[in-house]
Design a protein around this ligand. Structure first.
Ligand SMILES: [Zn+2]
Length: 549
């Protein structure tokens, strides 16, 4: 039961992470409906046959352009269609920036592109609403550029081919870019509206969220005027996100001493493999196996009894991924070969029992290999195994404020020890900045005992959940009034732009919302059409009820 509960929470976290974008609508759209399958088919019949390779696109899919008349809110979906026509993979922001600058100028609104490449559009208060608190609406303008194998597509020049499929908008073999194009489209609709009765609004469009977060990180402290902040990059309608983790890389890079490999010993490769892996933030609460740690534990138990010598050790390929496999090349005296083989079998059985629920495919392989020329100098080897075995791994603390949320964790993402070069990368995360610093010191203290240098890179701030946030309270009561159900409140154990922006604007009252997106960052990405309408109703209602200063 405990496992089931954990799984549910984890799925929630993934859903939240996947869906982080929403935006305000221009009008109330009280009676709008999403296009249904029937309408979609009708639209298909009424429009000219689309020019496309029908092999890869189901015939009942209607090009988004031809379905726009049937989609509500129309202004949002028109904006979204327009955005799909502007190439904007992360790192190629010029075209979308120009598009947004032209959009703001076209509305006669103050429009600024900052040094980081972000675009800000300011909309003054409606007459009589000048005393309202200012609100910032933010979405990121870049998109992930994934496509199906064999798809002929250039993200730098080709428009996204979007289609309506039942209650969803989908792309044809590429990411759709609703993450976060739909957030941009909703903000545009709010800025366009001349019927909304709101205080001063700012639409902030950031660059390169999906890669470096350089837009959010590069904001100047005096750029934004509003102190209520809506991030429209969440991925599940009905879930409000109120916190995210900060993080950093703790790196150690150095050389190490080697000696000539013994000629009277046999060389083997030991592999721990078949693990699930996963995102080191989102999946860390699943108590999955960590391949490198499991392998180091094996080595720790074999060093003395078998006189094992280590030649190389590697595990994991990315700081933010839980290692799925790890390999060590070791030397053993010939007379110990049988004993070591039995030890490895026993060890495999032990950890298979320990991880039977979470890692059903876990296995340990032992095979003879050609002997490498060098091994680690013995004292360095002993210290290394102790240092890696003692390096913390996994969940350190759960949140008191948000049930089910991992507050602090760490992941030894990369271990590479070979040919005299050592690289270690840990990725601690926490939704409390001081705990992140604590985690960093634990890791660097252990490494200091071993004599390893440590360097911190890529730090970003936590967005600490505030269950008493006034904007959260307003959003919750409005949601209940509009839809008759309580929304969920969650936080993610991963980095969001809100963390970076909150670090630059302390005291900003922030919330992240969005319509429902599925399978983001993949060619299966799809956007729920009805959820956009609900989100716009919520957003436009809340924006018209922001309290006075
Ligand atoms: Zn996003």
């Amino acid at each position: 039961m405990i496992i089931r509960k954990r799984l549910v929470i984890n799925l929630l976290m993934i859903a939240v992470l996947l869906a982080a974008c929403s935006a305000p609508a221009a009008q109330g759209n009280p009676a709008s409906t999403a296009i249904g399958t029937e309408q979609a088919i009708n639209a298909a019949e009424n429009s000219p046959a689309p020019e496309m390779d029908s092999a890869s696109t189901p015939m009942n899919d209607v090009p988004l352009k031809d379905a726009l008349g049937n989609l509500e809110p129309q202004d949002v979906f028109q904006n979204f269609y327009d955005i799909t026509q502007v190439p904007r993979p992360s790192g190629s922001m010029d075209k979308i920036r120009e598009f947004l600058v032209n959009f703001g100028n076209g509305l006669g609104l103050e429009t600024i592109a900052d040094d980081a490449g972000n675009v800000l559009i300011r909309k003054p208060a409606a007459p009589g609403f000048e005393n309202r608190q200012g609100v910032v609406l933010q979405a990121h303008m870049d998109m992930v550029d994934e496509m199906d194998e064999g798809k002929d597509f250039d993200f730098d020049t080709d428009p996204i081919q979007a289609f309506v499929n039942g209650d969803y908008i989908v792309a044809d073999g590429t990411t759709l870019g609703a993450d976060d194009g739909i957030g941009v489209a909703m903000i545009m609709a709010v800025l366009q509206s001349d019927s909304l009765q709101t205080g001063p609004l700012e639409g902030l469009f950031t660059v390169d969220e999906e890669t470096t977060m350089s837009g959010a990180n590069g904001l100047k402290p005096d750029f934004l005027q509003g102190r209520i902040f809506f991030n429209l990059d969440s991925e599940t309608e009905g879930i409000f996100t109120i916190g995210s983790a900060g993080g950093e890389h703790v790196n150690s890079n150095s050389t190490y001493p080697q000696t000539t490999a013994p000629t009277d010993m046999l060389a083997y490769a030991v592999k721990v493999q078949g693990l699930q892996g996963g995102h080191s933030g989102v999946n860390i609460n699943q108590v999955l196996g960590h391949a490198t740690r499991l392998l180091v534990r094996l080595l720790k138990g074999a060093e003395e009894p078998f006189g094992l010598r280590l030649s190389s050790l590697s595990g994991g390929t990315a700081s933010n991924a839980i290692p799925r496999d790890a390999t060590a090349v070791v030397f053993l005296p010939a007379e110990q070969a049988d004993g070591f083989t039995a030890y490895v079998k026993d060890y495999e059985a032990t950890i298979q029992v320990e991880l039977t629920e979470t890692e059903p495919d876990l296995n340990v392989q032992l095979e003879a290999v050609d002997p490498p020329a060098q091994v680690l100098e013995i004292e360095f080897q002993n210290t290394l195994i102790d240092a890696l075995y003692g390096t913390p791994q996994g969940v350190e603390r759960m949140s008191d404020a948000v049930p089910g949320l991992v507050e602090t964790s760490t992941n030894l993402g990369i271990t590479a020890i070979q040919d005299g070069q050592m690289q270690l990368v840990c990725y601690p995360r926490s939704s409390v900045d001081s705990e992140l610093q604590d985690m960093e010191q634990v890791i660097t203290s252990i490494w200091a005992l071993a004599g390893y240098p440590a360097e911190i890179t890529g730090w970003y701030a936590a967005w600490t959940p505030n269950p008493d946030s006034p904007i959260l309270g307003l959003m919750q009561s409005t949601y209940l009034e509009l839809f008759g159900v309580e929304p969920s409140v969650s936080a993610v154990h991963a980095g969001l732009e809100c963390g970076a922006i909150g670090g630059i604007y302390p005291g900003m009252d922030m919330i992240s919302i969005g319509p429902t997106l599925e399978n983001v960052h993949s060619p299966s990405e799809r956007l729920s059409i009805p959820s956009v309408d609900k989100l716009m109703q919520l957003l436009t209602t809340v924006l018209q009820h922001i309290p006075d200063k």
